[in-house]
Design a protein around this ligand. Structure first.
Ligand SMILES: NC(=O)c1ccc[n+]([C@@H]2O[C@H](COP(=O)([O-])OP(=O)(O)OC[C@H]3O[C@@H](n4cnc5c(N)ncnc54)[C@H](OP(=O)(O)O)[C@@H]3O)[C@@H](O)[C@H]2O)c1
Length: 316
C-alpha cells in the first residue's frame, strides 16, 4: 500500500500517457504514483514501465468493466482515446463515455480528458470551405473528442480539459518529415499558408498533464491548452535546416491538394490543417507557451527537440 495519490494513466505505453507516467515516476517526492494501464501487461513497453516503478494493470478502453477496475482506488485518471487505431469518432465518443462512467464509479478527485476542438462549432457542416467527412464531421479525429467533453461535465466530474498540440514526433513516426523532391532538395509539406502551427514534443504533453495534477483543484473545471512553440511552415523548415545541416524548404500546398494525397486520413488531416490555418488566432490563442512552461518547466522548444531527435527523423 502507498499513501501516495494514484494516477491511473490510459495510453501509458504510448506518447501522451507514457510522458505522464515518466513525469510522475521521476518526481519521487511529488506525492503521486503511476498506475500504467495497458492491454498487455507483458509487453516490452509495459514491463519497462514496471521496472521504472509503475503499477501496471490491464484494461481495454472498449471494455467498460475493465476501466472501472483500473480506476478503482485511484485519486485521478488521465483519459485519452486512440483515434488512429480505428478511425472512428463514434468509437472515441463511446470510449470517452465509458471513461467518464468509470471515473464516477471510482469517485475520482481529478480527471484529465485529453481533448481537441469540435471544429463544427467553427465550421458548420453546411459550410463548404472544407468537405464534410463520414457524413457528419469536418475533422473527424478532432470532432469526436470535442463532442465527448460534455460526457465528463454531465456527470459532474472534477475534470480538466487538456487541449493538445501537433506532435513534432510526427516528423519521425507519421510520415510528415522532410522528403527529397526531384531536385534532390529536402522539403516539408503542409497546407498552413503563412500561418503558425502550435506544436510540441509528445513527451511534454504528459509532463504538462503532470503539472495539471500537481495544481489539483486550481484547474478543475478549466480548459488548458498546451504547446511548445507556435511556428510557421517556413520557421519549421529553417529550424530543420539548421539542425540537419542541409537546406529544408517549406512546400506550401492548398488544403485541397493535401486532402488528395491519398494516404489513410489525408482528408481528415487536410481539413485539420485548414482549420488551424483559417482560425489561427483562436487556435494559437488557446494554446499558451507560457502556461505550458508554468506546468512543465522543462518544456522544449522546436530547436531543443530537434537537437535531441534529429537523427530519428527518416530522410530518404
Ligand atoms: N499525433 C499528433 O500530433 C496528435 C496530436 C494531438 C492529439 N493526438 C491524439 O492522440 C491520441 C493518441 O494518443 P497517443 O499518441 O499518446 O497514443 P499512442 O502513442 O499511439 O499510443 C497508444 C497507446 O494506447 C494504448 N491503446 C490502444 N488501444 C487501446 C485500447 N483499446 N485500450 C487500452 N489501451 C489502448 C496502446 O497501449 P497497449 O498496446 O499497451 O494497450 C498504445 O500504446 C489520438 O487520439 C490522436 O488523435 C495526436
Amino acid at each position: 500500500m502507498t499513501d501516495k495519490k494514484i494516477i491511473a494513466v490510459l495510453g501509458a505505453t504510448g506518447a501522451q500517457g507514457g510522458g505522464l507516467v515518466r513525469a510522475i515516476l521521476n518526481d519521487t517526492g511529488g506525492g503521486f504514483t503511476a498506475r500504467a494501464i495497458t492491454r498487455d501487461v507483458d509487453s516490452d513497453k509495459a514491463q519497462a514501465l514496471a521496472r521504472q516503478g509503475a503499477e501496471v494493470v490491464a484494461a481495454d478502453v472498449d471494455d467498460p468493466e475493465s476501466l472501472k477496475k483500473a480506476f478503482a482506488g485511484a485519486y485521478g485518471a488521465y483519459c485519452v482515446t486512440f483515434y488512429w487505431e480505428h478511425f472512428s469518432p463514434e468509437k472515441e465518443v463511446a470510449e470517452a463515455g465509458a471513461m467518464a462512467q468509470a471515473a464516477q464509479h471510482a469517485g475520482l478527485e481529478h480527471v484529465i480528458w485529453s481533448t481537441l476542438e469540435d471544429t463544427r462549432q467553427w465550421v458548420p457542416l453546411d459550410d463548404d470551405r472544407m468537405p464534410t467527412l463520414m457524413g457528419k464531421y469536418k475533422v473527424p479525429h478532432f470532432d469526436g473528442k470535442g463532442e465527448a467533453n460534455h460526457l465528463f461535465t454531465d456527470l459532474g466530474l472534477p475534470v480538466t480539459f487538456l487541449l493538445t498540440s501537433f506532435y513534432w514526433d510526427n516528423l519521425i513516426h507519421f510520415g510528415m518529415g522532410p522528403k527529397r523532391g526531384p531536385d534532390g532538395k529536402l522539403a516539408i509539406t503542409f497546407p498552413m499558408g503563412d500561418k503558425k502551427l502550435p506544436g510540441m514534443a509528445a513527451e511534454d504533453i504528459g509532463k504538462c498533464a503532470y503539472g495539471v495534477f500537481r495544481k489539483g483543484s486550481d484547474l478543475v473545471g478549466k480548459t488548458v491548452g498546451v504547446t511548445g512553440e507556435h511556428l510557421t511552415g517556413g520557421e519549421m523548415a529553417a529550424a530543420l535546416g539548421d539542425a540537419l545541416g542541409e537546406e529544408v524548404r517549406y512546400n506550401m500546398v492548398e488544403p485541397a491538394v493535401y486532402r488528395g494525397f491519398g494516404f489513410p486520413g489525408a482528408d481528415d488531416l487536410g481539413n485539420m490543417f485548414q482549420f488551424k490555418r483559417d482560425f489561427e488566432q483562436y487556435f494559437c490563442g488557446v494554446r499558451s507557451v507560457e502556461t505550458s512552461k508554468d506546468l512543465n518547466p522543462e518544456l522544449q522548444s522546436f530547436a531543443a527537440w530537434l537537437a535531441r531527435n534529429k537523427r530519428r527523423i527518416p530522410l530518404d
